[in-house]
Design a protein around this ligand. Structure first.
Ligand SMILES: *[C@@H]1O[C@H](CO)[C@@H](O)[C@H](O)[C@H]1NC(C)=O
Ligand SMILES: *[C@@H]1O[C@H](CO)[C@@H](O)[C@H](O)[C@H]1NC(C)=O
Ligand SMILES: *[C@@H]1O[C@H](CO)[C@@H](O)[C@H](O)[C@H]1NC(C)=O
Ligand SMILES: *[C@@H]1O[C@H](CO)[C@@H](O)[C@H](O)[C@H]1NC(C)=O
Length: 497
């Protein structure tokens, strides 16, 4: 054989071997993918996870996070092996242990006639009584013949978005759930599809579609920033915010829409072309966005009907002036790095409380309220909160965007409550509500069940989520107890009653 012939033979043998190795590797890889694939979100999603997030890193971080939290917050015994009947019976007996009723905290609650003896007004904090509304600022009168959404916009005030037992909010929720839809647009930006709906009376609302059934929980390997949003979390968060007495979350209600009848004829061409009929014969669309807007993440009707949440759109930013403020307890949004507050227990004392705007006024208390709210819903995605400027200094904050709450029923993300433990300050009114949720007669789960019973897509939350709320209330009281063990009550409580 000539040298050139020999070379050709050797090269082709090498190439074939290389090809075979490639094929084998690919087969192995694919098996790996299928094994790890979860039934709900399919392969695409898994590839996304593999490509952007290192799985080993995930388990390490969550293990560290829970270890960290366990150092500070006593966790209930974990039922690790459900198949072992011996373990099961011991778990049953622990749940029958007498519940901690926090008798040591009673004296600080307004149920106790002497609670004031423990409180002191910090001299630097005094809210003016005057609570102007948007109508006052704009110098317009709220008329009877205005629509509910116009009345709602105009009655937004310095200290809350709506007063207690508001008839306007009641009417507004009814309008959002029933009025004819006359406009459908995609909200630009964001990783997941959201629609802005315009109603026949001119109200605008943010529509978040249902992506999966209520029983589906956040996948353990999902980061908070890759988790899918839940429409029921938006609705439940509005009700929880109301029950906590904050009233800083825009009213939100569930609605079932007929995609073919109520959306399809109204959409713009770019959204129009993403509509299709699935193999199961359901009407679907996926819209256009950064990550989850393709055929494999489509939103589908059954076959036409789609459930979603509708949150009222707030007045434009030039009327209700507001700005998103970066939270000091923002997470790193990086799969490898932790934020400094997660490892530094003196973060609040050394880096937050000493600097404006947290060193005076209501801001730090508002933030603690927000932390408690996020802990109850399990929302780790609070990177910003909204400050309002229209009413001058010391307005209440606004809480927006709650699609990432209520993802887990058997797990409490205890790092969310760390800021409360690091700062150890809380409004007396907030403590008082939590305490009354805990000792009853109506617990938070009962109140939530009751208030959400009027929603068109009830039951909004499945029972295990409601039970989780009661459990988390107990854990927050545990944190407050730790604070009171280390500080005098007048430093912990702000008497705002
Ligand atoms: C269940 O747990 C008990 C106590 O930890 C142990 O003795 C027993 O062997 C376990 N049974 C099984 C089936 O794993
Ligand atoms: C509402 O009532 C006011 C006076 O009471 C009237 O001027 C206005 O035109 C009415 N608006 C509508 C939309 O009916
Ligand atoms: C939804 O709209 C389609 C198309 O108009 C119609 O055929 C279907 O019956 C509607 N479904 C319901 C439940 O109203
Ligand atoms: C609002 O706060 C800023 C900064 O803290 C301060 O300079 C300003 O005087 C305050 N305005 C009023 C009306 O209190």
């Amino acid at each position: 054989m000539k040298l050139s012939h020999r070379l050709i033979v050797i090269t082709s043998v090498l190439l074939s071997v290389f090809f075979i190795i490639c094929v084998i590797e690919n087969v192995l890889k694919n098996t790996d993918l299928t094994e790890g694939e979860d039934a709900v979100h399919g392969r695409q999603h898994f590839i996304f996870q593999r490509r952007f997030l290192n799985r080993e890193e995930t388990s390490k971080i969550s293990a560290e996070a829970s270890n960290n939290a366990m150092n500070v917050i006593p966790l209930p015994p974990k039922n690790t092996n459900k198949k072992n009947t011996t373990v099961k019976t011991t778990t049953v007996s622990t749940t029958k242990e007498p519940r901690d009723e926090f008798p040591d905290l009673f004296k600080y609650s307004t149920l106790s006639p002497n609670f004031r003896q423990y409180m002191e007004w910090p001299p630097y904090f005094r809210l003016p009584k005057y609570n102007p509304s948007l109508a006052d600022v704009l110098k317009v009168k709220i008329r009877d013949n205005m629509t509910n959404w116009e009345k709602f916009h105009l009655q937004i005030s310095k200290y809350y978005l709506y007063p207690e037992k508001s008839k306007v909010v009641e009417g507004l929720l009814h309008d959002l759930a029933t009025k004819k839809i006359i406009g459908v647009e995609q909200l630009p930006g964001g990783t997941q599809i959201k629609l802005i709906l315009t109603m026949e009376d001119g109200a605008k609302a943010l529509f978040k579609p249902m992506r999966f059934p209520r029983e589906v929980e956040t996948l353990p390997n999902h980061f908070y920033f890759t988790d899918f949003e839940r429409h029921v979390s938006e609705i439940a968060s509005f009700h929880l915010d109301k029950l906590l007495g904050y009233r800083r979350t825009p009213p939100c209600v569930g609605r079932k829409v007929n995609i073919s009848e109520e959306f399809y004829p109204l959409v713009e061409p770019d959204l129009h072309k993403t509509f299709f009929i699935s193999p199961a014969g359901n009407v679907c669309f996926h819209g256009q966005c950064t990550y989850y807007c393709d055929t494999s993440h489509a939103i589908c009707g059954d076959p036409h009907m789609l459930e979603g949440s509708l949150s009222i759109w707030l007045p434009p930013r030039n009327i209700l002036e507001r700005k998103p403020i970066r939270s000091p307890w923002r997470r790193s949004y990086n799969k490898r790095r932790k934020a400094s507050w997660e490892t530094d227990n003196y973060y609040c004392i050394n880096q937050v409380k000493v600097n404006p705007p947290y060193d005076h006024g209501r801001r730090i208390y508002d933030l603690m309220d927000l932390v408690i709210f996020d802990y109850l819903t399990g929302n780790m995605d609070r990177h910003h909160y909204d400050e309002v400027f229209t009413f001058g200094n010391d307005s209440a904050l606004i809480h927006l965007d709650h699609g990432r709450g209520f993802g887990r029923t058997n797990y409490d993300e205890d790092t969310i409550i760390l800021p409360l433990l690091q700062c150890c300050v809380i409004r007396l009114s907030t403590f008082n509500r939590l305490y009354s949720f805990h000792i009853g007669p109506k617990r938070l789960s009962d109140l939530m069940r009751e208030t959400m019973d009027n929603d068109p897509i009830k039951p909004v939350l499945i029972e295990p989520h409601l039970k989780a709320l009661d459990r988390r209330v107990g854990k927050i009281l545990g944190v407050i107890r730790l604070c009171l063990n280390a500080n005098s009550p007048d430093l912990v409580f702000l008497d705002d009653m």
